[in-house]
Every structure is written in C-alpha cells, then in structure tokens.
Design a protein around this ligand. Structure first.
Ligand SMILES: [Zn+2]
Ligand SMILES: [Zn+2]
Length: 233
C-alpha cells in the first residue's frame, strides 16, 4: 500500500469527483498525504487555468484546514511538456503549487519544433527521439523545479537510463503510473540502476481510484524495484 498519492484529478479538469470527495477517499484509504494535481493550463481540453485554478487553490486550502487532523492536503499541477526546456506552467503563478508533475500529453500546443515533433510522434507521424525527449524533460524539470516525471514513456518514448540519471541529480522522482503501464520491468530496473527514486501515483480521475496502487505495485514487484519506491508504507 502507498501512503502518499500526489497524482489525482477532479471535475475541475475531466475527472469525476470534487476535491472534497478525493480527500475523503484518500482518508478512507489511510493515506497520509494527497495532492489534487490538475492538468496544466496549456492543455486545450483538460487544462485548468486562471480563475478556476485560483478557485481550486482556495478550495484545497479550505480542505487542508478542515481535515488537517486526518491528512495532509496539497495543491499539485501536472504540467505539459511543450518544448525543449518548456512547459505550460506560467511563471507568475508557479508559486501556487506545492507539488509539480511534468509529462507529455496529447492536446497541448507545441512551443517549438521539438514540441511539434513530439506531437507528431504521438500521432505516429514522426519517429521517436527518446534521448532528446529525456533531455528535454530534464531541462524543463530543472528550470521549473519539477518534483515528479509522471508516466514516463507515455505517448512519446523517453530514454529511461538518461532520464533516471538526470532525475537522480535533480532530485526528481520517476512515477510508476497507477492507471497504465508506461515503463517495462527492464526500464524500471534501469532507472533504479541509475540511482533514481520511484514513486507510485494513482492518476485517479475518480474518488474510487484514489490511492489505487494495484497495477503499479504489481509492476514494481515484478521488476524487483519495490525498495526504490519512496511512497510505500
Ligand atoms: Zn498525465
Ligand atoms: Zn494525470
């Protein structure tokens, strides 16, 4: 079982529950910490931006106070990689978030040629460039003080040994995603060999899935990397 879940979504983007339902689910799962980490503002369909983002921050603060005796509630964000060293986290509101995740998603406009090629790769219209993608994530991760690389390898390939080596230096964790498998057992072992820490995130889009680590835990167990997962009880 995990004790902290930094990757959950609500109806503010395309999830099903309210932030309070997410928090209550996290409490019933026995979690010590839960973060509401909505999609970054750059995503055309799911991005949470401007006023809504501030509303969510206020709501998270209220929930954090209301349930302080039971659980730690944090405000996260799942930023979209949009280019080489670029993501959709606006600098003026970067301080608003307690936890920052970074990942490539389909549906966020590219900020440069690298980003454009990744969007094409996701549509199977451009070859993958795993090494370059890993370096782009690292460059962006350093610049935007990212805590977690979410679902590495999803939609666009990333060279895990390169990503993990840099992640270790920057103190960024590699997520074992709870909703889908994005790293092979071999890649998880490569990550650990490179010295990176792993973290399980449920990527829950409904209260029912908060803290759900069944898929990720089994994958980590199969790969023999459980001892490198930082949020297991
Ligand atoms: Zn995601
Ligand atoms: Zn997510």
């Amino acid at each position: 079982m995990i004790n902290r879940d930094y990757h959950t979504h609500t109806f503010y983007s395309h999830g099903k529950g309210t932030p309070e339902e997410i928090v209550l689910a996290a409490i019933s799962m026995g979690l010590e910490t839960v973060a509401i980490s909505e999609h970054g503002p750059g995503h055309v369909f799911y991005g949470v931006r401007d006023k809504k983002l501030r509303m969510l921050r206020d709501e998270v603060d209220r929930l954090a106070r209301r349930y302080a005796y039971k659980i730690q509630v944090l405000m996260g964000i799942e930023c979209n990689l949009t280019g080489f060293g670029k993501c959709d986290l606006p600098e003026d509101i970067a301080d608003m978030f307690d936890v920052r995740l970074l990942a490539f998603h389909k549906g966020a406009p590219a900020a440069d040629l690298f980003g454009f090629r990744r969007n094409m790769e996701a549509l199977h219209m451009w070859p993958s460039e795993p090494e370059k993608t890993a370096l782009a994530l690292l460059e962006t991760g350093e610049k935007y003080k990212i805590d977690i690389f979410a679902h590495p390898g999803l939609y666009v390939k990333s060279h895990i040994p390169t990503l993990a080596k840099g992640a270790k230096e920057l103190g960024i964790k590699l997520e074992i995603n709870g909703a889908r498998t994005t790293m092979s057992p071999e890649q998880m072992r490569q990550a650990v060999s490179a010295g990176a820490e792993l973290i399980i995130g449920s990527d829950a889009h409904s209260p029912q899935r908060v803290g759900d680590d069944s898929l990720a835990y089994a994958a980590a167990q199969e790969a023999g990397v459980l001892s490198s997962v930082v949020n297991i009880k």
